[in-house]
Design a protein around this ligand. Structure first.
Ligand code: SAH
Length: 371
């Protein structure tokens, strides 16, 4: 590398967005591409990658592991569900767990993952730990994808002030050839393929230096199911769980029931309002009054009107009560999607919503405002 050219660049190297964000975005893109359900982040540090990944809707299980409990604990509260998660539970389930332990040790809680990320981890491992790492991650955990990032030492001369390593805790920093030879040998041993890429583009004219952060994406060549992994690899638990959050989800009957009841009452109220406003108009035209209301296309939204005409699911007023057929409510897309079947709707609202004596309609008193 030309020394003058090099010195010129050492003054101006600055990544936008910052390099750690580019690394995390790289993982997020990988998640969006492969849609893993279970993701483990090894060497998760302050949980910043986990915080980003919890918004990826394909992920149902998210785990972090670090040898330093205090760094994980600093921000782990940010992995807890927010009030909005309880107000509007998501359709997917999500469990986030943090473990305290070393990647040099096997623990059954790390089995069954689809994607394992090791972002800027390996260069922190002592030699004996680095030796055990491939057997733990590729041999024991054996996820379908592993992503490993590590500094590219060939880029270091472009950084002002980097004498030996970029961080005092780094035990080594590899050239591209060193990383690739380690990764290819690991992939060969454990039957994975590996492709190399990186983030942090070198400046024009310095392409030979390579990416500032080098990345290997390993893909398992053989199929394996979560169950067979669990049963074939009994081992004792050695990690300590330091955090666990189970997010409210509509997969949980309790949250589904609340959501369905709210949606049924909301839908029925809207239908009642439209019905009653038409009823009042009708009464004005007919001062003698009629106890029975005949709905017409004009008194509902197009959608409700269609239901009434095509399927005969008419809301009606009788005496002081308004009746909204459950079949009409079930036809509304959101209720339909939440319940799946009419039987499920009936089961979820039983005893929670006032129904007509035959159970076929939601019943409101005309006088009652928005119960
Ligand atoms: N992955 C983080 C940063 C990692 S820094 C990010 O993307 O920003 C490296 C982390 O690895 C540190 O938090 C350190 O405590 C952890 N670590 C070091 N040795 C470890 C080991 N043997 N097992 C698990 N974690 C380890």
């Amino acid at each position: 590398m030309d020394k003058n050219f090099q010195e010129e660049f050492t003054q101006i190297i600055k990544f936008t967005p910052p390099l750690y964000k580019q690394r995390h975005q790289f993982v997020k893109d990988l998640v969006e591409k492969y849609k893993p359900k279970k993701v483990a982040d090894l060497g998760c540090a302050d949980c910043s990658l986990l915080r980003m990944l919890k918004y990826c809707s394909c992920i149902e299980v998210l785990a972090g592991l670090d040898i330093c409990a205090s760094v994980m604990k600093e921000n782990m509260h940010m992995l807890s569900p927010l009030p909005v998660d309880y107000l509007q539970p998501s359709e997917r389930s999500l469990t986030v767990t943090l473990h305290h332990g070393s990647v040099a040790h096997k623990d059954p809680c790390m089995l069954g993952f689809d994607l394992v990320t090791c972002i800027e981890l390996i260069e922190h491992l002592e030699e004996p730990e680095l030796k055990k790492f491939p057997e733990v991650v590729f041999g024991f955990m054996a996820p379908s994808i592993v992503v490993i990032s590590t500094p590219n030492s060939e880029f270091n001369p472009l950084f002002p002030g980097v004498m030996l390593y970029r961080h005092p805790d780094h035990k080594f920093e590899w050239t591209q050839a060193q990383f690739q030879s380690w990764a290819l040998e690991t992939a060969r041993c454990y039957d994975y393929s590996v492709e190399f890429t990186g983030v942090g583009q070198p400046p024009t004219g310095m392409e030979k230096a390579g990416f500032c952060t080098q990345i290997g994406v390993f893909v398992r060549k053989y199929p394996q199911t979560g169950e067979s992994v669990q049963s074939e690899k009994p081992t004792e638990a050695v990690y300590k769980t330091v955090f666990k959050a189970v997010y409210p989800s509509l997969k949980d009957e309790k949250y589904l029931q609340n959501a369905v009841i709210s949606e049924v009452i909301f839908t029925a109220q809207i239908i009642k309002h439209r019905l009653m406003s038409k009823h009042e108009e009708y009464d004005d035209d007919d001062p003698e009054g009629k106890s029975k209301f005949q709905p017409s296309m004009n008194c509902f939204s197009d959608y409700l009107g269609k239901l009434v005409v095509e399927k005969g699911m008419e809301p009606f007023v009788s005496g002081n009560e308004v009746y909204i057929p459950l079949a009409t409510i079930f036809s509304f897309p959101k209720v339909n999607r939440l319940c799946g079947t009419f039987e499920k709707l009936c089961k979820l609202i039983a005893g929670k919503v006032t129904l007509s004596s035959d159970g076929s309609a939601v019943m409101f008193n005309i006088e009652d405002e928005d119960e």
